[in-house]
Write a protein that binds this ligand. Structure first.
Ligand SMILES: [Zn+2]
Ligand SMILES: [Zn+2]
Length: 438
């Protein structure tokens, strides 16, 4: 049972700092996801960067935010905006973000609400609060600065998913850059993030200590495996996250295996349409459009049955935690010619992790053995260890704050590498203050 006490900070004296800038992670300081970071200064400027939940089982929530008028939402993944409805309803907070992020937010909140009902966990916000949040957006384009009191704020491409932003904050004391979730490498959907000079860099360290396989080689391995399954008359089920991964995979299949018969199911279909309405934010809008025309979107029960004869089915949920991918798995599992190819990380407690570790999966609360080929591929759009270190060096940052990172496994190797390069490194903890320019 998740306990959450909104208003917990009501009586707490939450003053501004006496000197310089101060940061305070409500969540995401020493963990992946669940991000909420307050930044304020001695001139009573204050913003909240992101306010998410961690969609673990049970979910985790950041600490309750004190009153804040402006929150910058870097992108539309639930671990960065899942708690925004609470914020808007309780503090009348204005949300700032790109148009794609704002347009996808409603889908993400509705989905989060639905999942909370199905799984029976409490959410600290209500359906009405989604309406309030939808009307709380203020849209900003990349590279168009605005003044938030004394601070000059700018969103820049973060290279993670379409619309995902880094936030640059220029203050009288110095400049701060938050990467949000970022990748300096190009993906099928977006160009990589570009570094720029900053005094302080808040960098996500999800992949500290780990490097990604070479993108080209991973793509080749994936395509070869799919061809192998198709040649033996099987169907490859490709569970993929709706927001970013589904579209990346369909574009990849269209580009490298155009002769295949690919069906797409789940929330990724609606998200793709939103991406296509924002052509300027995509690396190659024509490729997304042509990939979408080429693939078959499942939109009815009979479509779903037809998809069982396809070469590939790309579908949510990406971790086999419900959604159409479970429906497909339940039917594909009887024929050994079929296969399951994961396209990303499988969290502890997820159906995907259970399949990888025990060759079985809970379906309708029963443990069902799965005797199919199961393989995992890495198509992450988070920077790997080497990219994080290179990006930090290219930003020429004096001080680096590593957040969105596992404090036991990922952060220590990153701290060592960054200190070796001469950066001063902060390792924040949720609920504790950190000082800058004091
Ligand atoms: Zn994240
Ligand atoms: Zn993300």
């Amino acid at each position: 049972m998740v306990m959450y006490a909104p208003g917990m900070l009501k009586n707490r004296n939450y003053d501004f700092p006496d000197k310089g800038l101060r940061y305070h992670f409500l969540g995401g300081g020493n963990e992946v996801g669940n991000v909420g970071c307050l930044l304020d200064d001695d001139k009573e400027n204050r913003i909240l960067l992101d306010y998410g939940i961690a969609p673990t089982d049970p979910p985790k929530y950041p600490l309750p935010s004190p009153s804040v008028k402006h929150s910058i939402i870097t992108h539309s993944h639930i671990d960065h905006l899942g708690m925004a409805p609470w914020l808007c309803a309780n503090h009348r907070t204005k949300l700032h973000g790109t148009s794609i992020t704002a347009n996808i937010s409603e889908l993400m909140w509705n989905d989060c609400y639905k999942v909370s009902k199905i799984e029976g966990y409490p959410l600290p916000w209500d359906k009405r609060d989604i309406d309030t949040s939808i009307h709380s957006w203020e849209i900003h384009n990349f590279n168009e600065s605005w003044m938030q009191n004394d601070w000059k704020l700018t969103l820049q491409n973060a290279g993670h998913i379409p619309g995902a932003s880094m936030l640059s904050v220029k203050t009288d004391h110095g400049k701060v850059l938050f990467t949000g979730d970022f990748d300096s490498r190009d993906s099928m959907l977006v160009e990589g993030a570009k570094p720029e000079k900053t005094d302080v860099l808040f960098i996500e360290g999800t992949y500290g200590g780990r490097n990604h396989p070479n993108q080209e080689e991973e793509r080749r391995r994936f395509c070869e495996e799919i061809v192998r399954i198709s040649d033996r008359g099987g169907t490859a089920l490709i569970p993929a996250f709706a927001n970013g991964r589904t579209q990346d995979i369909v574009m990849m299949l269209h580009k490298y295996l155009p002769e295949l018969n690919v069906h797409v199911d789940g929330m990724g279909k609606r998200i793709a349409r939103i991406y296509m309405d924002h052509q300027d934010d995509l690396k190659d809008p024509n490729l997304l459009q042509s990939s979408w025309k080429w693939s078959k979107q499942v939109s009815s029960k009979s479509d779903r049955k037809k998809a069982l004869n396809a070469d590939c089915i790309v579908s949510t949920s990406g971790m086999l935690d419900g959604g159409p991918s479970i429906w497909y798995l339940n039917r594909l599992k009887e024929d050994r010619r079929n296969a399951i190819f994961f396209t990303g990380y499988q969290a502890k407690g997820s159906g995907g992790r259970s399949l990888l570790e025990t060759q079985s999966i809970p379906i309708w609360k029963q443990k069902v053995p799965i005797n199919l080929d199961v393989k995992q591929f890495s198509f992450s759009t988070h920077a790997g260890h080497d990219e994080i270190v290179q990006f930090s060096s290219d930003c020429d940052a004096e001080k680096i704050v590593i957040y969105h990172s596992d404090p036991t496994h990922s952060r220590p190797p990153l701290v060592a590498a960054l200190e070796k390069n001469g950066h001063q490194v902060d390792t924040p903890e949720n609920g504790k203050f950190g000082n800058l320019f004091y």
